[in-house]
Write a protein that binds this ligand. Structure first.
Ligand code: NFS
Length: 671
């Protein structure tokens, strides 16, 4: 049995710590204690177990071991990684498919409660695909766009079209490497086929298809999901929200939405504001309904509606532990089966809603986009009816929360840098070129109870900010920084390098930009593409001084994201353990796959994937990469404290001067 850790080793978040103490009092297990009790299998963890057929499972533990069929370690690891990438890409893309169906139903007037909220984005996206927009009603355009998007999933030949939005040079490379996805579903199916027993057995060849499958996600299904969410629910722009368990309210009916698809959660938001529902809650003795989110559903409604986030992945159980949650409404992905058993200790109802996800013991109220608003109201009434069952002696809500300003879509970043008439990435590129901003880090992804909750995210974010690295975030990583107060205009700036601080003060942005949910990592691809198009930072994404990090990764979706970012030219660093590492103490040159996804992919795509468990090493590798890219572009080397004489610092300095000196400082000596 593994060693039980102390509460402070489980999480660095004080709200989470309070709930973990509560869990111990009540003798309730959580993912943290289960991680202590479950020693990870080191053969499986390193991708060395092959269970693709009934002759195994074969455990390959020593160099030279082969399976019953003769499959080598390299082949087995390449297969396992490819399957994980296919599963992750399938999850994102199936979400994208459902969004496309929803767009179609909305365009046809068959989706109760939905409308096209962002006509400008619809027209912009449609014109990308040469859909005629002038003189047409939004519904007509949306109908045609929905058909094109739906077709991307089942397309058999040719090229998925959102990938045409990548830099030209990158498109050329994908064609040369034969990795441009033909159709989203086709690549996932082929990944399963190729990794079936007795099929593709050349690791590099298998991994080439892993790249194609991941591109079908990043420049296919996920990009479609983001586009449609913006069209239907509005492109995010900065909005005030809050994060952490303290958003749960004692006197309200607390409803937590958890999962990923904004289609239902947006309707729950709408229904929760319906006077009839508010009245119903009041009649039940509550002051109203308090909605909050967990995981990427939280990000979706936080960045568009300012609905607070109760927490990230590892806080799903802890939200229930407050004893004040009437219902947790879940759809798809990252939902722990343990929720149902945990909820039995309280009055909380777990309600599954997706036709794809049922959990034994949970109530199921199935979502149907044709009558979404009605269903949302039904669900809320179930939650309200449950308010009377709350045991007040059992409620413990940590009074900890932080203000957050999310909503930095790529459209907004473009706008904020130049305004309506001069929207441009020029100021960002210039700031990088002068060295005010050393580079950009996208710090994304999950929590993992094998490490300390939020610790790796926060350590890496805080240090990179000191080093003038602008941080953009999505997913559970974004919520971690939000809880720390790094997503506010002023807060945190004292901890930020002087050059980056100057830029933040001038533009009026937080040093950490919340760009959305995990499918919204495609927004980061778009930003990188637009930075390339703006000029001065090379002619492809691999030349931009930028790094992607997922310090606490755990899901297969994270691996899919990593692969499409590498294929797009990014250096990607994951924390934790490598799914293609060797047995402990055995990693060496013979670890073909481990080296192939790093140096091998770098030779082809200019991007690479590495697993670095130590946060200080992660930071070092990030900065070294950024500096290497700066040097390759001929940009001046980054210098600490070189900047910082403008912005607020300069303003305060001038303020302190006597009038005459201030005049001279601003206008110079006259006459
Ligand atoms: Ni991303 Fe979102 Fe969080 Fe990880 Fe899960 S919620 S899609 S997979 S755990 S970041």
């Amino acid at each position: 049995m593994a060693k039980k850790r102390e509460i402070q080793d489980y999480s660095t978040d004080p709200a989470a710590q309070q709930m973990l103490i509560r869990a111990e009092e009540l003798k309730i297990g959580t993912a943290f204690t289960r991680a202590d009790n479950m020693i990870a299998c080191n053969i499986g963890a390193a991708g060395l177990c092959c269970k693709q057929c009934g002759m195994g499972p074969c455990r390959l533990t020593k160099s030279g071991d082969v399976g019953v069929c003769g499959a080598t370690i390299d082949t087995v690891q390449a297969r396992n990684l490819t399957r994980a990438i296919a599963a992750g890409g399938a999850a994102h893309s199936d979400h994208g498919r459902d969004m496309a169906f929803l767009l179609k139903a909305t365009a046809e007037g068959k989706a109760e409660g939905y409308s096209i909220r962002d006509v400008a984005k619809l027209r912009m996206v449609a014109s990308h695909y040469k859909i005629k927009v002038d003189g047409r009603a939004p519904e007509e355009i949306a109908n045609e766009l929905a058909d094109i998007y739906i077709a991307q999933f089942g397309q058999q030949r040719g090229e998925v079209i959102p990938a045409q939005r990548a830099p030209k040079k990158r498109q050329q490379l994908w064609r040369e490497q034969n990795v441009w996805p033909r159709g989203v579903d086709r690549e996932v199916v082929e990944a399963l086929h190729r990794t079936h027993m007795g099929d593709d057995q050349d690791p590099a060849h298998i991994l080439n298809h892993a790249i194609r499958t991941s591109l079908a996600d990043g420049w296919g299904g996920s990009m479609i999901a983001t586009d449609i969410s913006d069209i239907l629910f509005g492109t995010p722009a900065p909005i005030l929200g809050q994060a952490n368990l303290g958003v749960i309210k004692e006197d309200m009916v607390n409803v937590v939405v958890h999962g990923h698809e904004p289609s239902l959660s947006e309707m729950i938001v709408a229904a929760s504001q319906d006077p009839e529902i508010i009245e119903y809650a009041k009649a039940a003795g509550a002051n109203g309904i308090q909605l909050s989110g967990i995981c990427c559903t939280a990000n979706e409604i936080l960045m568009r509606q300012g609905i607070p986030a109760a927490g990230n992945f590892l806080q799903q159980e802890l939200a229930i532990m407050t004893g004040a949650v009437e219902a947790m409404i879940v759809d798809v992905q990252c939902i722990m089966q343990a929720l149902v058993g945990l909820a039995e200790n309280f009055h909380t109802k777990i309600i599954t809603t997706s036709p794809k996800v049922k959990i034994k013991g949970a109530a199921h109220i199935e979502f149907d986009e044709h009558k979404a608003l009605t269903i949302a109201k039904t669900i809320l009434k179930v939650a309200i009816d449950n308010f009377k069952n709350r045991d007040k002696s059992k409620t413990r809500i940590p009074q900890i929360k932080e203000d957050v300003i999310p909503g930095f879509s790529h459209e907004y970043i473009n706008y904020m840098l130049g305004g309506s008439y001069r929207a441009s990435f020029r100021p960002l590129n210039d700031a990088i070129m002068t060295g005010r901003i050393r580079g950009v880090a996208a710090i994304v992804g999950c929590n993992n109870p094998r490490s300390s909750h939020d610790y790796l995210h926060n350590t890496v974010v805080k240090e990179l900010l000191k080093q003038d690295v602008l941080v953009v975030q999505t997913g559970c990583g974004a919520i971690a920084s939000g809880k720390l107060g790094l997503m506010l205009g002023e807060a945190g700036l004292s901890e930020v390098g002087s050059g980056l601080r100057e830029v933040c003060e001038t533009v009026g942005i937080p040093p950490v930009l919340h760009m959305g949910s995990c499918v919204d990592n495609t927004r980061i691809l778009t930003v990188l593409t637009q930075m390339v198009a703006e000029g001065g930072l090379g002619d492809d994404i691999d030349q931009v001084p930028a790094v992607g990090l997922a310090p606490e990764w755990m899901s297969e979706k994270a691996l899919a994201i990593a692969a499409y970012c590498v294929a797009s030219g990014a250096y990607v660093i994951f924390g934790g353990s490598s799914p293609v590492g060797g047995m402990p103490g055995r990693v060496d040159e013979s670890d073909v796959v481990l080296h192939y996804i790093s140096e091998g992919w770098e030779k082809i795509y200019g991007g690479k994937l590495e697993f670095i468990p130590d946060p200080n090493e992660m930071i070092k590798a990030t900065l070294a990469h950024i500096d290497k890219k700066r040097a390759a572009l001929g940009l001046p080397a980054w210098e600490e404290n070189k900047f910082g004489r403008s912005g607020d610092a300069r303003m305060l300095e001038l303020e302190a001067l006597p009038l005459e000196k201030k005049r001279v400082a601003i206008y110079g000596e006259v006459g």
